[in-house]
Design a protein around this ligand. Structure first.
Ligand SMILES: [Zn+2]
Ligand SMILES: [Zn+2]
Length: 279
């Protein structure tokens, strides 16, 4: 079984009830953090986990809302583990440069802590793996693969697939429907997809919002991707615009018009268990 926990269901728009984009995928003893948006470690604590327990952080792309709390993951992992515990960060080409700059920005803090704690004599150990597509060697028992997505002009961007014990989950990140995502979904069971309500955003007279229509999927488009791969479950996240706790039935209905499987959405910490197929 794989477990999906929506840590942050929000978007770039600050929301008192929704953390920024981030999803936890767990298989056996292995935990993977997909993106690291605003408040990610608060929600990770809410899910009963912590930075020190992650096998890897997997970034779908380098938009700020998806990586803004990566510095907190790096620092908390470093300070709250008691021997060097390298944090593996996987992402598209460009990730090494971003991580190098984050660590550089933490320079004063790193200096203070090394000077203050006798048993902490090394900077945050971070291993970055830049990927375009294919299998990612992360050890452990979950097979992780990735493929290019289409979030242009944000380039490159990638989605991830997790296979464990017969169960399979895809985490898409921000993308329009594309062949790379279709290839990841082929034979999988569940897809976690970020979405925006194009029908609502289209009518808002703010060009900067309207600009976002062409590089995201709507619930309908995410549902069509799920239907093409004959998935069992579609999990929607990254709600633009937001909706109140307990709401979202209209979002589900838009997806259900294109996809016969189960459509999941909800508050931060909404959890979906994905079991291997029975037949
Ligand atoms: Zn994005
Ligand atoms: Zn986004």
């Amino acid at each position: 079984m794989l477990t999906i926990t929506l840590l942050g269901t929000g978007s770039p728009l600050p929301d008192p009830d929704r953390a920024g984009p981030s999803t936890l995928v767990t298989g056996g003893d292995d935990q993977f953090l997909v993106d690291a948006g605003r408040g990610v470690l608060m929600r990770l604590a809410g899910a009963g986990s912590a930075a020190g327990q992650l096998r890897a952080v997997l970034l779908t792309h380098l938009h700020s809302d998806h990586i803004t709390d990566l510095n907190d993951v790096i620092t908390s992992r470093w300070v709250m583990t008691f021997e060097p515990t390298p944090l593996t960060i996987v992402g598209p080409v460009g990730t090494q440069d971003v991580v190098d700059h984050i660590v550089a920005s933490l320079g004063p803090d790193i200096g203070y802590r090394i000077a203050h704690h006798d048993d902490l004599d090394y900077p945050p150990p971070v291993d970055v793996i830049e990927m375009t597509e294919g299998e990612i060697d992360l050890g452990g028992s979950v097979r992780v693969t990735c493929a290019p997505t289409d979030h242009k002009p944000v380039e490159p961007s990638i989605g991830y697939r997790f296979d464990f014990d017969g169960a399979s989950v895809v985490a898409a990140g921000d993308t329009v429907p594309c062949a790379g995502l279709d290839s990841l979904c082929d034979g999988a069971q569940a897809l976690v997809h970020t979405v925006i309500r194009k029908d609502m955003i289209r009518d808002i007279p703010v060009q900067r919002l309207v600009d976002t229509l062409d590089y995201h999927s709507s619930p309908e488009e995410a549902a069509q991707t799920a239907a093409r791969a004959d998935l069992e479950t579609l999990v929607l996240t990254h709600y633009v615009p937001t909706f109140p706790s307990g709401g979202g039935d209209d979002w589900k209905a838009l997806a259900a018009a294109h996809f016969a499987g189960t459509v999941e959405l909800g508050d931060d910490l909404h959890r979906v268990d994905v079991h291997p197929p029975t037949s």
